[in-house]
Design a protein around this ligand. Structure first.
Ligand code: HEC
Ligand code: HEC
Ligand code: HEC
Ligand code: HEC
Ligand code: HEC
Length: 376
């Protein structure tokens, strides 16, 4: 028997013994083990007692489990994606057992990088300045509180016929963004990710993809205190971009694995070169994405590696080695994704982008890159 196998067997024996202890002791043991692993690893996979998230028979003390939406989902969980990630509390990160659960629907002033669905329905009459379906992706099939988008009944620019409507739109699976979009059920589409290691984000599997978005590459912000946020040049997610767009499909962002390629799975006509995309250099027919941000004027005045602005993030051809020369314009340079306080899920108020202004909007938004178009 190899040493490795012996060690594995010891691990099994340890687990069997541990089962005999009270759950509380197991928690102590597990958190003790957790303290031994390097900082950052805690984000790579869920941790803690099984019972904090799973229900073996969808029953506890004789009653049906009613956490979240109240029905045991796939993977015999106590709740759905929304039940864990959209709890609607005042916290942008909630603790379940020993796991930190990133929140996408909450009233905290701090939003995580993807934004906050709470802007859509003016959550708690405090998130943003008022309800509007245009402020986010209405994933109402998972989070019914959002309601349907009354004016957009399908993704604008839907090149690959997604079949997504304003009624069936979900977080994951065929009708959503996360997980394998070839699998319809959203929990099945993401199966194996929460316990999987994401030590290398190469896009090859769902757990090894940026934020469980199959095929997308990038560097995740796993900071121990400010994880999942875009905060500063040092504490931020780093997005994958490319110097020229490639071809996305219904279920793949394309071989470059860029963030803009993901958007193209549903909004394909807004991405890619040629007549069906944003055109070609010098003759843009839609705003370009997955092109290098020129280092010449007027674009030279914005160096996100030095003066980082979380409201105008860029991607990099190699996100593990961000340089000014390899900065890339992407969909998320202008848009949020879950929700923002502005129409068209923009990161700023488009009506404030007035050519020639020296007002408060000067130097922000469009002007960050087109620095010669304001009045400064
Ligand atoms: C913090 C929440 C959490 C805890 C704690 C947790 N799980 Fe899970 N588990 C999940 C979620 C969410 C899924 C479904 C999504 C997925 O597979 O990514 C899942 C899926 C699974 C799956 C099916 C997919 C796979 O990875 O094999 C198994 C088996 C599983 N859990 C076993 C366990 C066991 C055993 C424990 C306790 C030792 C445990 N889980 C603790 C959240 C948790
Ligand atoms: C039982 C609670 C639970 C459920 C249900 C659950 N998650 Fe999670 N999720 C977690 C926890 C805890 C984490 C943080 C640990 C981690 O990063 O894996 C997490 C992390 C994530 C992340 C960030 C991964 C990363 O790279 O940091 C995404 C994206 C995500 N979940 C999506 C989903 C989707 C989509 C569903 C439904 C299909 C879902 N989750 C269901 C508990 C849950
Ligand atoms: C799984 C399909 C899907 C993907 C992937 C996707 N979207 Fe969408 N998007 C939709 C649908 C459906 C709508 C219309 C319904 C809605 O707005 O709720 C929409 C609407 C929008 C809108 C208009 C919002 C409004 O209500 O006016 C913007 C902006 C947008 N998407 C940007 C993006 C960006 C940026 C990405 C990539 C980060 C992206 N989308 C990825 C499906 C998708
Ligand atoms: C330079 C900033 C910028 C970039 C980059 C950008 N958008 Fe937009 N997008 C806007 C603005 C501004 C609007 C709203 C007004 C308009 O359409 O001119 C908009 C509107 C939209 C809409 C709503 C369209 C409708 O018919 O209501 C969708 C969907 C969208 N964008 C998706 C994308 C996707 C996908 C990408 C990347 C391939 C992308 N955007 C890149 C600025 C941008
Ligand atoms: C992240 C940087 C960035 C942001 C933010 C940005 N742009 Fe651009 N934009 C570019 C780049 C780069 C080009 C391509 C320039 C070229 O081809 O020389 C471009 C091209 C354009 C063009 C076509 C001009 C041409 O040279 O063909 C227009 C119009 C435009 N942008 C308007 C806007 C507006 C309006 C906004 C705000 C909603 C905006 N841009 C935000 C980087 C940006």
């Amino acid at each position: 028997m190899s040493t490795n196998m012996k060690n594995m067997e010891k691990g099994v024996i340890f687990m069997r013994r541990a089962e005999m202890f009270k759950v509380g002791l197991l928690t102590v043991l597990l958190s003790g083990l957790l303290a031994l692993v390097p900082i950052g690893y805690a984000f790579a996979a869920v941790s803690g007692t099984c019972v904090s998230c799973h229900t073996m028979h969808n029953s506890q003390n004789g009653t049906t489990v009613t956490i979240g939406t109240g029905t045991g989902g796939n993977s015999i969980l106590t709740t759905t994606c929304a039940g864990c990630h959209a709890q609607g509390t005042a916290n942008h990160v909630v603790t379940m057992g020993t796991s930190k659960v990133p929140q996408v629907y909450h009233t905290s002033a701090t939003d995580l990088a993807g934004g906050n669905f709470g802007y859509i329905n003016y959550l708690g009459s405090s998130k943003g300045t008022g309800a509007s379906a245009a402020k986010g992706h209405n994933v109402n099939a998972t989070l019914s509180a959002l309601g349907t988008d009354g004016s957009l009944t399908a993704p604008p620019g839907d090149e690959f016929t997604t079949g997504i409507t304003n009624a069936n739109f979900t977080c994951g699976g065929t009708y959503g963004c996360h997980g394998n979009r070839a699998t319809e059920n959203e929990l099945s589409s993401i199966k194996g990710s929460h316990h999987g290691s994401d030590a290398s984000i190469d896009g090859s599997t769902v757990p090894k993809s940026y934020r469980f978005l199959l095929g997308v590459k990038g560097v995740e912000n796993n900071d121990a205190t400010n994880g999942w946020q875009n905060l500063s040049a040092a504490v931020t997610n780093k997005y994958k971009g490319a110097s020229a767009p490639d071809t996305a499909s219904l279920t793949s962002p394309g071989t470059n694995g860029t963030m803009s390629g993901l958007c193209a799975e549903c909004h394909g006509k807004f991405h890619g070169s040629g007549a069906d995309g944003h055109g070609v250099s010098g003759a843009w027919i839609r705003h370009p994405t997955d092109i290098l941000l020129p280092t010449t004027a007027p674009y030279s005045s914005y160096d996100p590696t030095l003066t980082y602005d979380a409201t105008v993030p860029v991607a990099y051809t190699d996100p593990s080695l961000p340089t000014r020369a390899t900065a890339v314009v992407m969909c998320l340079s202008c848009h949020g994704v879950h929700g923002t306080n502005y129409a068209d899920i923009l990161r700023w108020d488009y009506s404030g982008m007035v050519a020639g202004t020296t007002g408060a909007a000067a130097g922000t938004g469009c002007f960050k890159c087109h620095s010669d178009k304001d009045g400064l």
